[in-house]
Design a protein around this ligand. Structure first.
Ligand SMILES: Nc1ncnc2c1ncn2[C@@H]1O[C@H](COP(=O)(O)OP(=O)(O)OP(=O)(O)O)[C@@H](O)[C@H]1O
Length: 274
């Protein structure tokens, strides 16, 4: 009986250990002498959607870029699956999909050509790549425009290409920096469900957004940054209970909005009428 219990515990421990987890430990970044991110620590777990929030300039994109390995930290460490990401950055990048805030695309390529290039960089087998690219282009409603140059794509179409490129290799870690930017209502609803579905299937999903209603609907875990520092790191339910506030907007306003928004809007209107 004891042996059986030991075995069960060891199987459970093993199961817990093999689940990939993203850990940010005391990470700081400054540009020249200006601090952008200060001593930030949090975890994003598989099966959860972690919403990363903060006002403009609070350090969200800087954190995302450090997690991708695109920019270096000044201090602290970032671990995935228990290993520092820089221990084998190439292997880590094969497991990561990233949608950047700015759409850096080769606009002289068509949507299909761009995805083929990404598939090659990801070392995807040709047949698998063709199937996935065709499927993603159809599902993102880009198939009819697949041979059109990206320079002629709308903002939303470019965003969908970025999303397809980030998901093509079925990554374990999905980093989405304002992924709803430019998407129409239908596409946003698809992306919302997709984020939830990918988390349900065990992916680690970290996404930043200013759309608090969406974040509230799909995130199980909320991290809020303010001036480069973490001011909240908890489940949405616990944040609501702890702060006795019913909505994420109320919680966010209390923790991270300093301006008197009504007064400022009135001042702007008064200014242009003067
Ligand atoms: N390349 C850079 N050089 C110098 N300062 C930078 C650079 N990138 C970001 N910063 C500064 O770092 C701080 C954090 O910027 P960051 O882009 O991470 O904020 P953010 O939370 O993503 O903002 P937003 O919501 O507006 O996208 C800001 O003060 C910004 O001016």
């Amino acid at each position: 009986m004891v042996n059986l219990l030991d075995n069960l515990i060891s199987i459970e421990l093993h199961r817990v250990q093999v689940l990939p987890m993203l850990e940010i430990r005391n990470v700081s970044k400054h540009y020249s002498s200006i601090p952008a991110v200060e001593n930030v620590s949090f975890c994003a777990r598989p099966g959860e959607v972690t919403g990363y929030l903060g006002p403009n300039g609070s350090g969200k994109s800087t954190t995302m870029k450090m997690i991708t390995g695109l920019i270096a930290t000044n201090s602290g460490s970032i671990l995935f699956d228990g290993r520092p990401i820089h221990a084998d950055l190439m292997a880590y990048k094969q497991r990561m999909g990233y949608v950047p805030e700015e759409p850096y695309l080769y606009t002289h390529l068509s949507g299909a050509e761009y995805l083929v290039m990404v598939a090659q960089l990801r070392n995807l087998a040709r047949k698998l790549a063709t199937e996935r690219i065709d499927g993603l282009l159809r599902l993102f409603a880009l198939y009819d425009d697949r041979h059109v140059g990206i320079s002629a794509y709308s903002k939303g179409m470019r965003q969908k290409i970025l999303l397809a490129a980030a998901l093509l290799h079925n990554p374990d870690l999905i980093l989405l920096d304002e992924p709803f930017s430019g998407l129409d209502v239908g596409s946003s609803l698809i992306l919302r469900s997709l984020i939830e579905e990918l988390a349900r299937r065990g992916k680690v999903v970290l996404f930043s957004s200013h759309e608090l209603e969406t974040v509230e609907k799909i995130s199980s875990h909320i991290v809020i940054l303010h001036r480069g520092k973490i001011v909240a790191d908890d489940s949405i339910e616990r944040l609501r209970a702890l702060m006795s506030l019913p909505t994420l907007e109320g919680i966010f306003s209390q923790l991270a909005v300093e301006q008197n928004t009504e007064a400022i809007s009135k001042q702007i209107a008064d200014l242009i009428y003067a």
